[in-house]
Design a protein around this ligand. Sequence first.
Ligand code: HRO
Length: 311
Amino acid sequence: MSKLDLTGQINGLTFNQLFLNASGVHCQSTEELDDLLNDPYMGGIVTKSATLAKRDGNPAPRYYELQNGSINSMGLPNYGFDYYIKYVLSDHAKPTILSVAGLSAADDVKLLHQIQDSDYDGLTELNLSCPNVIGKPQMAYDVDGTRALLDEIFAFYKKPLGVKLPPYFDLVHFDQIAAVLNKYPLTHVNTINSVGNGLWVDVASESVVIKPKGGFGGLGGKMVLPTALANVRALRQRLNASIKIIGTGGVQTGADVFAHILCGAELVSVGTQLQSEGLGVYKRLTTELERIMTDKGYQSLSDFRGNLKTI
Ligand code: HRO
């Protein structure tokens, strides 16, 4: 194992390795979550976003691997809130992040009331950015709605809470969302969720490649790396230092991980590449990252985190 310091911290909680899974990949069942926890190259785990009740999600095919990434419209398949809170309430050797996603703002409030009233004191992440629930917009694109929701939540919620954000594409939108998020005692933001409502066309069959929503779905993997890096960087430049950033999106190599850290990520999560490569991905990424750090003479992520140079 590593002689380098690959640790990160959220809300005073130490992650001994920087890697997490991206919520949604290999984290729906307790067996899958155990696989992740047992991987020595993972720092912690994130659950599939839990809704109040169990959901089957959208009809298949709903995930499709592309040459340079993926498109999905899973539609929040999950075993329901009770299943995941039971899992994170049992003892684990690594930090857990309980991801929750209401189907409405009222559901979000109900989910957080249940966590507030439970014995769970670990990290929770409110998913404000699922692009795939038919007829439901991504909350975090509504800045005023996000402010109203967080006002309502933090009136009663006293436990560690972060949010999962969609990608933003306009510098003004980074300013607006950061100004809202900075008003609350958030532990972290996780950026980015998939790039919502892309479309892939299979020319041979003259068809879309996933069934839900006529083929529209969230994009992930290599093609979203520049968008992910921009979001990590732009939010790191705007958010309070106490709000840590989990960098998610487009990681295929150790160099991609290095770039996320350079933009300011505290931890890095991997989704599409975990789906295509399997659990060995974290060992490979760690080896590749350590080689880069060693070549550059860095001992610790903190030697370069956030130090992106401009020209
Ligand atoms: O389940 C999904 O369709 C899904 C969710 Cl919740 C999410 O947050 N992001 C995504 O790409 N898919």
